[in-house]
Design a protein around this ligand. Structure first.
Ligand SMILES: Nc1ncnc2c1ncn2[C@@H]1O[C@H](COP(=O)(O)OP(=O)(O)O)[C@@H](O)[C@H]1O
Ligand SMILES: [Mg+2]
Length: 247
């Protein structure tokens, strides 16, 4: 977001939002977060809700907040409860202030961790195995995340100090095989928004296939992925082309 529009928002509109979140949802201590990443109408904040530290994603184009809420709910029900996905604290899918508030996850993005080459062999293995579970869980729910990139995995620690992976950012997630992203009208401008979604780790722009993206990330984590994990390599390859979305 450009600094001018941030300051305009901060001076003119901030109070209304903060009051709304406090009165309707009991959210306090709100501060803007990652302001330079505010995009497609989203603003991010940190806050506190009944003693919990939270991350807030507010606004956004189309019905994307609803999509994110529905995706997290779908993934979190059944056997996957509280596993590898953010925990929703509260949300609102109606105007004037659509938002989702998630429990704050303390950790680093997988992107940062790969770049800094901080991983021991044991950590690499643990991350790969957990991400493989995530891939299988997405598949079992027939969901396509659409933006499988190292930025969208948070590497955190469990109570026993073991490394634990959380997948975030379900903005554009496909809720089922038959989902078509209907809320996004097909026009040039919207196509341009989607063009970069998941790019570099997609088979091609406007073609999303999570299995393909997972495979590329596993190779980034461990250059010898194919040699060390031949069975997993085969399973992922078998999954490529099975659950995908083309715009
Ligand atoms: N539950 C959370 N706890 C802590 N930080 C989060 C949480 N969810 C997202 N973030 C941070 O906010 C950033 C933006 O959120 P994300 O959902 O990925 O939106 P975007 O569509 O802008 O990528 C993430 O890259 C991550 O650093
Ligand atoms: Mg993201």
């Amino acid at each position: 977001m450009r600094s001018f529009s941030f300051f305009y928002w901060y001076i003119v509109k901030r109070k209304k939002l903060y009051n709304y979140l406090k009165i309707k949802h009991g959210i306090e201590n709100i501060i803007p977060y990652k302001v330079l990443s505010w995009q497609i109408g989203y603003k991010y904040f940190l806050g506190k809700c009944y003693g919990k530290n939270i991350f807030i994603k507010q606004g956004g184009k189309f019905n994307l907040v609803r999509r994110e809420v529905d995706s997290i709910k779908k993934l979190s029900c059944g056997r996957n409860i509280n596993k590898h996905y953010p925990v929703i604290v509260t949300f609102d899918i109606e105007e004037p202030f659509k938002f989702i508030a998630l429990e704050f996850i303390k950790g680093n993005s997988l992107k940062k961790i790969i770049r800094k080459e901080l991983l021991s062999e044991k950590d690499k293995k643990s991350i790969i195995l957990q991400m493989f579970q995530i891939m299988k869980q997405l598949k079992s729910k027939e969901m396509i995340h659409m933006d499988i990139r190292p930025d969208n995995f948070i590497v955190t620690k469990s109570h026993s100090e073991k490394i634990f992976i959380v997948l975030i950012d379900f903005t554009f997630s496909m809720l089922s095989r038959n989902d078509k992203l209907y809320e996004i009208e097909r026009n040039k401008k919207n196509k341009a928004i989607l063009f970069n979604l998941g790019s570099e780790l997609n088979p091609e722009p406007l073609h999303w296939d999570d299995a393909y993206s997972f495979l590329l990330i596993f190779k980034q984590i461990d250059k010898e992925f194919k040699k060390k994990y031949p069975k997993m390599w085969r399973i992922i390859n078998e999954n490529i082309g099975r659950l995908y979305f083309r715009y």
